[in-house]
Design a protein around this ligand. Structure first.
Ligand code: F6P
Length: 341
C-alpha cells in the first residue's frame, strides 16, 4: 500500500503534528508514504514528492509551518490540471491520498474523489470555518496568540488611556475575533457575521468612559463590514480560490474613531503571527488524532471522508458535507463576551 500526503492553503500550527501522525500510523501498517510538496502544486507536472518514514518526521511534532511546504494552487481552475493531478496518482502509484487543508484544499480533494480518486481529508485552518467539526487544527493555537496579544495590549492601552483596535484574521468568519476576544477580555468585538456601525462603537467607548474606563480594546475581524464610512479594504485582489485578500479594516476603524472623538487611538494588526510558532497542546492532540484517523479511513476504504471533532470524539464526516457551507461563528459566544464590555 502506498499513500500520498500533502498540506494545502494557508499554513497553521499543527500541520507537522498531523503529517507525523499520518506517517507513523502508516508505518505501523507497513505502508509507504510519499509527501507531496507545496500543496496541489506537488501533484502537477511530473509531481514533486519524497518518500517519508519515521526518521523524516522525527522531532517535528512541536514545529510550526509544514515540512512539506504549502501553496494556494487550485487545480480546479483548469480541467487539464485536474487531469494532471489524477495522472500523478498513476505515475506515483498512489493507492490513496490524504489532503490536509481548509475548505479550499478539501474542495479539491472532494472533486478528485468525484472523479474516482481515493482521497481522504484532514480539516485544518486557523479560521475554524470548516463545517461539521467543532474545531479545526490550528484554530486553538491562533486564538491563544490573540489572547496573549490582547493581554499585552491591555497594559499599554491602560497606561496611555488609549483605545487600541486589534485586527485579527479569520477571513469571512468571526471565530478568531470572538474566541480570541473573549479569552483576552476585549471591550468590543466586531465580526463579519454581525452588522456593525461606527456610531455604536463610538457610543460604547463613550459609555465606557462615563463609567470611568478610559482605555478600551476593540477586536475587529479582518472580514468585518462597518457601516458609517469605515471603508473595507476587501475585494481589491483575490487569491487562486477567488477569496478576497483581506486586511486593513483595523487601521481604517482606528482612524475613523480618532476623526470623530477625542480618544487617542492606535491600531495593531496581528497578521501572520497568528499562524506562526508551535501548536498548543490542544492542536497537537487534535492533529495527531486526525492523522491517525485519516490513515484508518484509508484502511477502511472511507473515501471522500475526513475526521471531525464532535465533543471529545473523532468521527468520520463526508468532505462533501463539510465544504457545503462555511461555518460561521457561534453567536452565543458574542453574547457572553458582551457581559464584559
Ligand atoms: O485562511 C487562513 C488565513 O490566515 C486567513 O485568515 C487570511 O485571510 C488568509 O489566510 C491570509 O492569506 P495569506 O497567507 O495568503 O496572506
Amino acid at each position: 500500500m502506498r499513500i500520498g500526503v500533502l498540506t494545502g492553503g494557508g499554513d497553521c500550527q499543527g500541520l507537522n503534528a498531523a503529517i507525523r501522525a499520518v506517517v507513523r500510523r502508516a508505518d505501523q501498517y507497513g505502508w509507504e508514504v510519499y509527501g507531496f510538496k507545496n500543496g496541489w502544486a506537488g501533484l502537477l507536472g511530473e509531481g514533486s514528492a519524497e518518500k517519508m518514514d519515521a526518521k523524516s518526521v522525527s522531532g517535528i511534532l512541536p514545529l510550526g509551518g509544514t515540512i512539506l511546504g504549502t501553496s494556494r494552487t487550485n487545480p480546479r481552475k483548469k480541467e487539464s490540471d485536474m487531469q494532471a493531478v489524477l495522472g500523478n496518482f498513476g505515475r506515483w502509484q498512489l493507492d490513496a491520498l490524504i489532503a490536509i487543508g481548509g475548505d479550499d484544499t478539501l474542495s479539491v480533494a472532494f472533486a478528485l474523489f468525484e472523479r474516482g480518486a481515493k482521497t481522504v481529508g484532514i480539516p485544518k485552518t486557523m479560521d475554524n470555518d470548516v463545517d461539521c467539526t467543532d474545531y479545526t487544527i490550528g484554530f486553538n493555537s491562533a486564538v491563544s496568540i490573540v489572547a496573549d496579544a490582547l493581554d499585552k495590549l491591555h497594559t499599554t492601552a491602560a497606561a496611555h488611556h488609549r483605545v487600541i483596535v486589534c485586527e485579527v484574521m479569520g477571513r469571512d468568519a468571526g471565530w478568531v475575533a470572538a474566541v480570541g476576544g473573549l479569552a483576552g477580555g476585549a471591550d468590543y468585538i466586531v465580526v463579519p457575521e454581525v452588522p456593525a456601525h461606527l456610531d455604536d462603537i463610538i457610543e460604547h467607548l463613550n459609555h465606557r468612559q462615563r463609567r470611568g474606563k478610559d482605555a478600551s480594546i476593540i477586536v475587529v475581524a479582518e472580514g468585518a463590514k462597518i457601516e458609517g464610512n469605515v471603508v473595507s479594504t476587501r475585494g481589491f485582489k483575490v487569491d487562486a480560490f477567488g477569496h478576497p485578500i483581506l486586511g486593513g479594516i483595523g487601521e481604517r476603524l482606528a482612524q475613523a474613531i480618532e476623526d470623530r472623538t477625542e480618544f487617542e487611538v492606535r491600531a495593531t494588526v496581528l497578521g501572520h503571527i497568528q499562524r506562526g510558532g508551535s501548536p498548543t497542546v490542544f492542536d497537537r492532540v487534535l492533529a495527531t488524532r486526525c492523522g491517525v484517523a485519516a490513515v484508518d479511513y484509508v484502511k477502511d476504504g472511507r473515501w471522500g471522508y475526513m475526521p471531525a471533532l464532535h465533543g471529545t470524539a473523532i468521527e468520520p464526516v463526508k468532505i462533501a458535507d463539510a465544504i457545503a457551507h462555511n461555518r460561521t461563528v457561534d453567536l452565543e459566544l458574542l453574547e457572553v463576551a458582551k457581559v464584559f464590555y
